[in-house]
Design a protein around this ligand. Sequence first.
Ligand code: FES
Ligand code: FES
Length: 179
Amino acid sequence: MQITVTVNEAAYTREVEPRLLLIHFLRDDLGLTGSHWGCDTSNCGACVVWLDETPVKSCTVLAAMADGHRVRTVEGMGMPGRLDPVQEGFSRCHGLQCGFCTPGMMLTARWLLDHNPDPTPGEIREALSGQVCRCTGYENIVRSVQWAAQYEAAGRDGGPSGGGPGETGHGPTATGVTG
Ligand code: FES
Ligand code: FES
């Protein structure tokens, strides 16, 4: 069957097997390997992407179900030369070690901050509760999301924010974020 999916603002038309999973469409057909395939049983969350405006585990979605829809992957976060504040937070607060879980974590965190700009640590943990990290112990992931929230709040308050790595000296410091 033929499907057309808009991924990170670009439309792709491909012939696919009806049973093809979205994670494999993204990785194998489109070469977008930022989304990871960790378990195939809907447990790890490494495969999380946005389908339209909602984070989904792309190992539980058929590529055919994305036909006519928009998908956002980690490759679509930020802009060239300018990280999304969530990405910046993970970098500054050491929210990753091996990085396998990180793309999915960041996409869920981005969705959370778009809907709840000032989440509590408990709300961050709840939002990310469907995703597994084997490395970090989660503390630094929570701090990373808090960093991004505070950075974006500073921007809304008229501070010298902006979300780009060239401006990182103006955001809240990693040590200024408490867990
Ligand atoms: S690969 Fe999708 S939840 Fe693990
Ligand atoms: S950083 Fe290794 S699994 Fe999360």
